[in-house]
Structures are given as C-alpha cells and as structure tokens.
Design a binder for this molecule. Structure first.
Ligand code: APR
Ligand code: PHB
Length: 395
C-alpha cells in the first residue's frame, strides 16, 4: 500500500504534557509541528497522573495563556506537611523559598493543551497506530503510521521529538549500544485512590509510618487524592475500600485530626522506579519527558521535568530551524540531564526518607527518623527541601 506523504518541521510523537507543551512552544515561534497520539482524546484527558506544578511551570502555563482554569480551579500551596513519629511538621515554602506550587492535575493541564491546540487549528491526530520512526541520522527523518480512519501515512520532518512516554517507540529506535540506561527499581509501589470527599487537609501530607508511607493529596474542594505504599506485586483486588481507608487512617492519623472518608471513585497501583536514558538525542531524534526518564512520584517531579525538557528543546529547535544555529540542539541532552539528575536525586531522597522497605533494618528506620527530624528542625535543611520541591528556575 502506498502511503500519503506530508511534511512538517517537527514530528511529535505523544500527546502527553511533553508533546503538547512542545507543540505550543513551537507554534509561538512559528515552527510547524504535527502531534501524533495512539490513544483517544477521551483516554488522554481522563488518565489519572500527578498533580503538582512547580512555581515556574505554573508561570509558564500562564505565559502561554493556558492557566485560566488553573488560576480559578487550581489551588496554590505554600508548603507541605511531613509527618513521622506521631508528629506533623509544616514546611513553609513561602517563608523558606519565597515560592509556591500549584496543585492542578496533569489531566487538567492536558485538557487545556489539547483544547488550545485544536482551537488554533494546529495538527493533532488521535488514535493513530503503528507509529514508527526512520532515517534518524539523515537530514529528513520520517515517521510512518496509520491514521484513525485507516489510511497509511508518512510524515517527512526536519526533526522528530519522542514525547511518547516510557513505553513509546522512540527510545527503542535508538540503536542498542548508543544509549546508557541508569535504573533503580524500588521494593514498593503506590496504591492511589480518587475519593469523593473534601480534603481533610489544606496542604499535602507526606507521612512516614512503620506500616508504610501514605500521602494525602487533593484535587478539588470536593475530591481527595490519597496514596498508600504497597508491595509492587500487590493485587488491587485484595484492597477493598474498607482496607484502603483503614490503612490511610492508621498511617495518616493523629490525635485531634480527622481523616474524612468518602466513596472511592478510582483506584490503581503504580510501581516505582528511577530511570535515566542518555543521551537524550540520536541524530535528529530528541527524547523528552518520560520517554527519556522516570522518577518515583514522591517528589512530584515527573510532569515538571517533562515541561523543563521541552522548554530547552523548543529553544534549541527554534534556534536551529529558524536561525540555522545548531549549538543549542547539540547541548540539549547535557542541559536537560543536569536537571534530570538533580530531580532524580531529590525524588530518590524523598522516596528513601519516607518509605518503609519490607523487612526494614531497625538501624535504617532510626536513620530515616533522624533525617526527617533534621529536615523539619533545621532551617537550612528545610530551605533546601523547599527550594527543590518548588523547583529550579526554568531555563
Ligand atoms: N504513538 C503515538 N503516541 C504514543 C505512542 C505511539 N506509539 N506510544 C505512546 N504514546 C503516547 C501515550 O499514549 C501518551 O499520551 O505518548 C504520550 C506520552 O505521554 P506521558 O506518558 O504523559 O509522558 P510525558 O508527556 O513525557 O509526560 C510525563 O507523565 O507519566 C507521567 O508522571 C509522568 O507526570 C509525568 C508525565
Ligand atoms: C498527586 O496529587 O497525585 C501527587 C501529589 C504529590 C506527589 C505525588 C502525587 O508527590
């Protein structure tokens, strides 16, 4: 079957936050792009993911005119609580770092990005299949795919942006031996629920507990997002709503404070790993977001790293494709990886400090508590956490 051939400057695989935000940043500078997504619009807009935007990522959305709903329906958080040993301590980001974060679900960010792209008449195709990339080291790399209506297509590009998440085809297209993978798989996972109940807290509670970590996050004034640490091989069928609430009550409970319960609308288990693939470029293929790196969710960095990657990538591609200057494209991978490794360290550190591994050595448990006490009682240590959680300035 002969394919219908079209052309674009940047072929973007994946309509997650990375691909969609890159598309907006390029459009602003007059660079043409096509975004291909294998799932349906309904699916990508409903997928439950993280929910915390760093200070500068929230500002970026505002600058792009994508924050009207965030500013009215999202919630600015000026800190978090760290809980351990029966005590709850507040880390005040405003006071310590002069910065805040926005609690605004990734799924809402995606909805606004999709709506903006379609309203501007920019190319975005859902439900494509068989996406493959070719000629990555030639001047005109290509993508082939089948459109939702079954037509075989070929897209000839100047560059391809692999924004297709951890399981997408982009990273796999880099020849074996050219990518170095650094990885850590943790001996626990998060069981996350969305519950129809007003949050019992004004800011997120990260709780260390001998039974395992728990997190109380929020979505809206009527919806709470809660997590408990479980084993990675845990079967969700073994976790009734009653069992989940009981675990949350034990791990988050404090005298004089009530965790309100409500109907659980959705539940799922997410394994936890750190993963970094380097370099983030092969020829004219650039990897961004989860396609290149994964962090455990404890530091809330996944979405923010994806945003930082595409800010760097958009600058590099505009310099190259508009001004003919390839230097930023050449330094793309190194620039991103510096931030990625700092965030990888932060996420690993938060994860290690707060989770109780199976069969934990009592010595390690004492070290965790000493670390938590240090972070909550030393102003320099708390400031460091506040600066890292609210995020490094965007490039
Ligand atoms: N063809 C087209 N699209 C694809 C393909 C393919 N073969 N494979 C995957 N995709 C799509 C996925 O369906 C998804 O919509 O690529 C998109 C990748 O989006 P994300 O997984 O959200 O990754 P990213 O945009 O990098 O955002 C990172 O997402 O996983 C969370 O916690 C992570 O918050 C972080 C953020
Ligand atoms: C979430 O709201 O889903 C969330 C918040 C903070 C995290 C991870 C997830 O660290």
């Amino acid at each position: 079957m002969t394919a219908r051939v079209t052309r674009t400057q940047v072929g973007i695989i994946g309509a997650g936050p990375a691909g969609l935000l890159l598309g907006q940043l390029l459009a602003r500078s007059g660079v043409d792009a096509v975004v291909l997504e294998n799932r349906s619009r309904e699916y990508v807009e409903a997928r439950q993911r993280a929910g915390v935007l760093e200070h500068d990522v929230a500002s970026l959305l505002r600058e792009l005119g994508l924050a009207d709903r965030m500013d009215t329906e999202g919630i600015e958080h000026g800190g978090i609580y760290l809980q351990f040993d029966g005590e709850r301590h507040h880390i005040d980001f405003h006071d310590l770092a002069g910065r805040s974060v926005w609690v605004w679900a990734q799924t809402e960010v995606v909805k606004d990005l999709v709506a903006a792209r379609l309203a501007a008449g920019l190319a975005l195709e859902f439900e494509v299949s068989g996406t493959a990339v070719h000629d990555l080291t030639a001047d005109e790399p290509r993508m082939t795919y089948r459109s939702a209506d079954g037509e075989q297509r070929e897209l000839v590009c100047d560059v391809i942006a692999g924004c297709d998440g951890f399981h997408g085809p982009s990273r796999a297209a880099v020849p074996a031996g050219l990518l170095t993978v650094s990885e850590r798989v943790y001996p626990f996972a998060w069981l996350g629920v969305l519950a129809d109940v007003a949050p019992s807290t004004d800011e997120l509670i990260y709780a260390h507990h001998p039974d395992g970590f728990a997190l109380h996050s929020v979505r809206t004034p009527e919806v709470s997002r809660l997590y408990v640490q479980v084993r990675p091989e845990e079967d969700i069928a073994d976790w009734s709503d009653e069992r989940i609430w009981a675990a949350l009550q034990t791990r988050l409970g404090l005298p004089g404070w009530t965790l309100h319960e409500g109907p659980i609308r959705e539940k799922g288990i997410t394994p936890m790993r750190s993963f970094v693939a380097a370099p983030m470029r092969h020829g004219r293929l650039f990897l961004a977001g989860d396609a290149a790196h994964i962090v455990p969710p404890t530091g809330a960095k996944g979405l923010n790293l994806a945003a930082a990657d595409v800010v760097v990538l958009a600058q590099a591609l505009v310099a190259w494709l508009v001004d003919g200057d390839e230097r930023l494209a050449d330094s793309y991978s190194d620039t991103c990886l510096r931030r990625v490794w700092r965030a990888t360290h932060f996420s690993w550190w938060m994860t290690s400090m707060l989770h109780t591994p199976p069969g934990q050595d009592p010595f390690d448990a004492r070290l965790q508590l000493a670390q938590l006490r240090h972070v909550t009682s030393s102003r320099p240590a708390a400031t460091d956490l506040a600066l890292r959680y609210t995020g490094q300035p965007l490039p």
